[in-house]
Design a protein around this ligand. Structure first.
Ligand code: NI
Ligand code: MN
Length: 226
């Protein structure tokens, strides 16, 4: 599989026959190098309803017909407000199997509201397993003690971790999270998109490597192949 980073928290998991897009926010995203209209996913995963994760979901879903997998409230909102029916509403702890892989919704220690302030359900992360690999997209979150269980229950190949601080965990807490998750590789997300979440990635990478974890820093548009 190939995983492409599109800036902020936008990830595109390119499987053999399936394209899985996570948290599409391209329109107005200062770090994005592609437009929402350039993407044609088969599946869209949405961690929570905040604008920087949700904004382009309706447009991309309607253009592509993709299955949208999210918490129950976001799925219902798509049906009600956009008459978009190809949704799978789940909730924290639930797992779903597809012909291309499986997705488990994890807890995330954050909040979730739509841009107009409406309730957006509980925030989540995703453990995505496909083609023999396990990815953990943490979503917007602080570290939480149950990450220990996620690390025990899953042999995580790559953890996509927010490090931008202010709204999520910062670089030091990301190392704390990695010690619980034991991933083979860590990739930072949700940083340097705009000034309040600017961080020194060299320091982050050095701290992560000193703790025994591999790092890969992707510029928007870059990808890793597993
Ligand atoms: Ni958020
Ligand atoms: Mn966010």
């Amino acid at each position: 599989m190939k995983i492409r980073f599109h800036g902020h928290s936008v990830l595109e998991v390119q499987l053999e026959d399936t394209n899985v897009l996570v948290d599409p926010w391209l329109t107005g995203n200062p770090s994005a190098v592609v437009a929402a209209g350039d993407l044609a996913p088969d599946v869209i995963l949405v961690t929570h309803a905040h604008a920087d994760h949700w904004s382009d979901v309706p447009q991309i879903a309607q253009a592509s017909g993709a299955l949208v997998v999210s918490n129950f409230e976001i799925a219902e909102h798509l049906k009600r407000a956009y008459s978009y029916e190809n949704v799978l509403g789940m909730n924290t702890g639930g797992e779903s199997r597809f012909d291309w892989g499986q997705v488990k919704l994890t807890h995330a220690l954050h909040s979730s509201s739509f841009p107009d302030g409406a309730y957006g359900g509980n925030p989540n992360g995703f453990v995505l397993t496909a083609e023999g690999k396990t990815l953990y997209m943490l979503g917007d979150t602080a570290p939480f003690a149950e990450m220990q269980w996620i690390g025990e229950d899953h042999d995580i190949d790559v953890a996509f971790m927010p490090i931008g601080d202010l709204f999520t965990m910062g670089p030091r807490d990301a190392v704390r999270a990695a010690r619980m998750l034991r991933p083979k590789l860590t990739v930072p997300i949700h940083y340097n998109t705009f000034p309040p979440i600017e961080v020194d990635t060299a320091t982050w990478a050095a701290d992560m490597q000193a703790s025994g974890f591999g790092t890969s820093i992707l510029a928007p548009g870059e990808s890793i192949t597993l």
